[in-house]
Design a protein around this ligand. Structure first.
Ligand SMILES: [Zn+2]
Length: 209
């Protein structure tokens, strides 16, 4: 007997049509060029979307791992509002070990993106060679990017992303499902037309950097 959760686990990283609908509901806008789901809730729902390094319209896209779960996104925004990014950036210039681990995270990001590009068949993307995201390797400009990377890569790869995950433990932890009530699984899937005509947003995929 296959439950939805075990089916989701078996499907692994591949993004199903149902995953894409869930992502669009989580973000309240249509998603494009998502190739994998590198991190899932214990219930199977996506936590992070992996986008191809070159979009189908040809534009290079450096932000490979995008945090989509509204509960985690909101919790990380609280850390950003509390000024954690400045503190982390200052620590990077004062702590050579942390700086080295963060540089390694930057390189891991680039390597993971190259793998996703290969699997997505997008070919080389020289425009973004050496450019990762979130301020890596020397600054912290977007904590959501670091948390998305840490969830995708697993513990021990992005030290500041791992820290931020610990820091949001009062709102979200990896062991529990926080999906109920976080978005409406019955709502219509946001479409490009809806976003253009009703919400007045450009139909850009995952624009956070
Ligand atoms: Zn869940």
């Amino acid at each position: 007997m296959t439950t939805p959760a075990s089916a989701a686990k078996a499907s692994g990283r591949a993004a199903t049509a149902a995953d894409l609908d869930t992502l669009s509901r989580q973000l309240n806008r249509p998603v494009r060029d998502v190739v994998e789901i590198p991190a899932r809730c214990v219930c199977g729902n996506p936590l992070v979307a992996a986008t191809a390094p070159r979009l189908s319209n040809g534009i290079p896209f450096p932000t490979t791992f995008y945090l989509t779960h509204p509960v985690i996104t909101a919790a990380v925004s609280r850390l950003e509002a509390a000024g954690l990014m400045n503190t982390m950036t200052e620590r990077l210039s004062a702590d050579p070990d942390l700086a080295a681990a963060y540089l390694a995270a930057h390189r891991a990001y680039l390597s993971a993106r190259a793998g996703i590009g290969e699997r997505a068949g997008t070919g080389p993307v020289p425009e973004i060679d050496g450019i990762s995201a979130g301020g890596m390797p020397t600054r912290v400009k977007c904590l959501h990017v670091l948390v998305g990377h840490a969830l995708a890569a697993g513990p021990g790869v992005n030290p500041l992303g791992d820290e931020a995950i610990e820091d949001i433990a009062q709102w979200w932890t990896p062991e529990r499902c926080y999906c109920v009530g976080a978005w409406d699984p019955e709502s219509p899937v946001p479409s490009r037309d809806l976003s253009r005509h009703v919400r007045q947003q450009p139909s850009k995929p995952l624009p956070r950097s």
